[in-house]
Design a protein around this ligand. Structure first.
Ligand SMILES: Cc1cc2nc3c(=O)[nH]c(=O)nc-3n(C[C@H](O)[C@H](O)[C@H](O)COP(=O)(O)O)c2cc1C
Length: 200
């Protein structure tokens, strides 16, 4: 599959099969992240792979929130049965917490801006694309309680979590979320040659 095909094939999977993911496939995803570019090649990313029942229960705990109407589209695939909670876990068998080391990332000398979040984002994107290329589903998750995650997973103070990637085989009855997936603005609405249009 060429890159354009993978780009179009990848979409967010919000319901996973219980089947475990083969170790070689997990390693491939990590390897794809390893080759991502980072500022001054500092490689500040730190990826915590969670695949034990105990750790996945922790993920459930720090991705459980009170019911919020604005997340109703995401909640469609969430475990909301029997309680007024939205659980953004989707039954993923593997969860990768993508962090960066605040002491190892490049800091822009003039602006003082740290590049770690950008680096970790690129790493996570490489990993999602690799997952798609080897037939796995993934979901980028930002909506979690960072402090609770830090505490439950014992994430060091100098690591900053950027996102989680849920990874696994899509559930048999999984359907892409028709409101959120598969729709993109026309190129002309987001990309411009040489001049910013006045209407912007
Ligand atoms: C920065 C970022 C944060 C996201 N956070 C969440 C999230 O917390 N929960 C979730 O279910 N999906 C999350 N997503 C997935 C987006 O909703 C999804 O990528 C978008 O709707 C486009 O759909 P597609 O990935 O199927 O193409 C996130 C995606 C990005 C890039």
């Amino acid at each position: 599959m060429d890159f354009m095909d993978i780009s179009k094939k990848r979409h967010t999977v919000r319901k996973y099969d219980r089947r475990p993911v083969e170790k070689e496939k997990i390693e491939k995803i990590l390897e794809a992240g390893r080759w991502a570019p980072t500022a001054v090649n500092a490689q500040p990313q730190r990826v915590l792979v969670l695949d034990t029942q105990e750790n996945l229960e922790k993920v459930r705990a720090f991705c459980t929130f009170g019911w919020q109407k604005k997340y109703v589209e995401l909640a469609k695939e969430s475990d909301t049965e029997g309680h007024e909670k939205i659980v953004i876990y989707y039954g993923a068998p593997v969860v990768m917490v993508v962090c960066y080391d605040t002491e190892e990332c490049w800091i822009h000398p003039e602006s003082g801006k740290a590049s770690g979040a950008t680096d970790a984002t690129i790493v996570a994107t490489h990993m999602m694309m690799e997952a798609a290329s080897i037939g796995l589903g993934s979901a980028w998750i930002s909506y979690f309680d960072e402090e609770k995650a830090r505490e439950l997973l014992e994430i060091p103070k100098h690591w900053k979590p950027v996102c989680m990637l849920y990874v696994g085989y899509p559930a048999e009855d999984y359907m892409p979320n028709d409101k959120l997936s598969g729709k993109r603005k026309e190129l002309g609405e987001t990309c411009f040659y040489n001049t910013v249009p006045e209407a912007m």
